[in-house]
Write a protein that binds this ligand. Structure first.
Ligand code: AMP
Length: 378
């Protein structure tokens, strides 16, 4: 029998962003105490936590003290330094384990892990030098996408190579950093599967969501994705196989490309709740955040059933360009839910919140979500 960490215990979160905030809301609702650790104060997660620790990720004493005050630690973004996770793991269980974070936080390592275990990816190569970039582009073919291996999330640091003349300028643009070169894929659509694995190996996943990006940032997620049944089944099989391979405990998101030939390729994995799963808060029996609580505390996983078709649209800081958005107008849509993350500086491209709309069909949910977001600017 798995020993559970019961409600009333304290859970630790490394990171202070919106994913930690929604995790903390779910955990507190279930009667857990939440402690967050981040170099910043008054963070989205810290604002709703019981204890907000503000210290640097290289402050080992602060990390140890944080770890000793909680029963289990999780993280809410990939870029927590692995040394910080190691320091915590020496005192308190970290779920998912640091090894999953280590695999996912560097693109070259992640792609190599996927390819070594037979998971389908776009053709790719790694490059540490300009010569290797040349060789990689030759091997992968053009058009190719060059992405920095480290800290390259949300499309930041991506460059297209159409011809050999682009190679050196791209190498300069990425600051001569380690890079991954990927074949540019002709996309039919993009999917994500969010899946959980519990302490006893039990697994549960949400049916695939469909994602649309704008400027490489997630713009809208729709559930359920309208995809052929074999594609949905295969995506779920792959997500489950990745969880097994990593002996994972917690929530994992697998992002997929569906090519114009209906081929399924893994784009990347995120070892945490994911932006595309935010709609589960309002549209599913168990949210991805509650599922994360259940998985890391050893509770049984909850039902992932979708109650109604739903669509989520992100609210970026750009919406504040002409002043405060018209919240009353968006909330005037009775099937729309507003989520704001408590961030005070609305910078362009910054994720400030999201809207989730429910509908009778995925298309109706999309229309409502877009109409509500448009209404913010009235
Ligand atoms: P990433 O940061 O790798 O998740 O990329 C962000 C977005 O850029 C993806 O969700 C795609 O919309 C697009 N993208 C990334 N890599 C490729 C590729 N190899 N081919 C086509 N589109 C891509």
């Amino acid at each position: 029998m798995t020993r559970i960490i019961a409600p009333g215990s304290a859970l630790g979160v490394l990171g202070g962003g919106q994913l930690g905030r929604m995790f903390a809301i779910a955990a507190r609702r279930m009667g857990y105490y939440v402690h967050t650790f981040s170099p910043d104060d008054d963070t989205p997660a810290g604002q709703v936590a019981d204890v907000e620790v503000t210290a640097s990720y290289d402050d080992v004493d602060a990390l140890r003290a944080f770890a000793r005050n909680v029963q289990v630690v999780t993280f809410e973004f990939e870029n927590v330094p692995i040394e910080a996770v190691d320091a915590v793991e020496a005192c308190t269980p970290v779920r998912p384990a640091g090894v999953a974070l280590h695999t996912a936080q560097q693109r070259a390592r992640e792609k190599t892990f996927l390819a070594d275990h037979g998971f389908p990816t776009a053709a790719f190569a790694r490059a540490l030098t300009l010569d290797e970039l040349w060789a990689g582009v030759q091997r992968v073919g053009t058009p190719a996408v060059v992405k920095t291996a480290a800290f390259g999330y949300d499309g930041k640091g991506q460059h297209i190579i159409n011809a050999p003349a682009d190679i050196e300028p791209v190498w300069n643009a990425i600051g001569h950093q380690e890079a991954v070169i990927e074949r540019f894929v002709n996309l039919h659509s993009e999917l994500s599967v969010i899946a959980a694995r519990g302490l006893n190996g039990e697994m549960a996943e949400y049916a695939p969501f469909e994602n649309r990006h704008r400027n490489h940032i997630l713009d809208m997620t729709t559930a359920p994705a309208v995809v052929p049944e074999p594609t949905a089944r295969r995506a779920i099989e792959i997500a489950r196989a990745i969880l097994e391979q990593l002996q994972y405990v917690g929530i994992l998101c697998v992002e997929f490309f569906v090519t114009t030939n209906q081929e399924l390729l893994v784009n990347e994995i995120a070892p945490r709740p994911h932006n595309s799963g935010h709609l589960t808060f309002d549209a599913s029996i168990t949210s991805q955040f509650e599922q994360q609580v259940r998985a890391i505390t050893g509770l049984p996983l909850g039902s992932t059933e979708l109650l109604r078709p739903a669509a989520m649209v992100n609210l970026l800081g750009d919406l504040w360009a002409d002043g405060e958005p018209n919240w009353a107008a968006a909330c005037g849509f009775p099937d729309v839910k507003l989520h704001l993350y408590g961030k005070t500086e609305p910078r362009p491209g910054r994720k400030m919140g999201h809207l989730t709309a429910l509908g009778r069909t995925p298309a109706e949910a999309q229309e409502r979500a877009i109409a509500a977001r448009d209404a913010l600017l009235i």
